[in-house]
Write a protein that binds this ligand. Sequence first.
Ligand code: SF4
Length: 319
Amino acid sequence: MVVVVDTVSATPLRPRHPEKVNRPDALSPPKPDWIRVRAPNSRGFADTRKIVRENGLVTVCEEAGCPNIGECWDKKHATFMIMGDTCTRACAFCNVKTGMPGALDANEPEHVAEATSKLGLAHIVITSVDRDDLADGGAEHFAQTIRAIRARCPATTIEILTPDFLRKDGALEVVVAAKPDVFNHNLETVPSRYLNVRPGARYFHSIRLLQRVKEIDPAIFTKSGIMVGLGEERHEVLQVMDDLRSAGVDFLTIGQYLQPTRKHHAVMRYVPPDEFAGFEKIAYTKGFLMVSASPLTRSSHHAGDDFARLKAARAALSV
Ligand code: SF4
């Protein structure tokens, strides 16, 4: 039996995921050699970490244990996670700490804007924990953060990766009104795996959320992603593509699920790179403007370069 202890936050003896402590260990197969990442030890990595710490910010790169952190932080690409480091959901795949979060930091939008400026980012990705405890799910805080970045870094394009704001009427509209350039909301997996993987969420609510963004403001790019290796069938992945296209989603990401600890969902399969290439090809034929599918694809990986390609793809359609 393994007890999952928090090694990221300042209170290391609190279990990071109390709800998972008594679960039996879930064993995954050994990692194949195509899952290789660079060790995080470059000068750029150290500089990025310094700016993150100085501004008291939380990043999903660290909290989720992202395998790409060495590469991204070396290029000063960090994805900020706003509204704290503690999530009110308890998804089976996610390494973000769970529990009751603290009060919102009213200065956080300014701090995020300041860090964006110091890092010199042309494109910034902002995500958050789920804040089911807040009346608006944190929508206004998202909007304030977007506005603070716009005011301080007007040339920086903004991508947000939001929770589902389930049962929070009007929350989505508040975020869309702040006009992010890209609105990302991940489906995470196929509908048949929701009960085990993402039990607090509803698949069709997430699809509808993405569709609503386009209805309110068609100029905003929409984006969504899933992980594979969680027990899904190939035909289910293809169905997810169709559902996302029906909702007008522009950009699809597909990456390999990696198990954060033995208390999390097991990796059911490591999908080989050629299968990812096949998914990418099919997704383009279904009409996505942009597709990124590879073992180490993550929502925010290469987000700046991908945004430029996304804009170019839209422009090419309109000539
Ligand atoms: S892929 Fe995203 S979450 Fe992972 S290190 Fe890069 S910016 Fe951070």
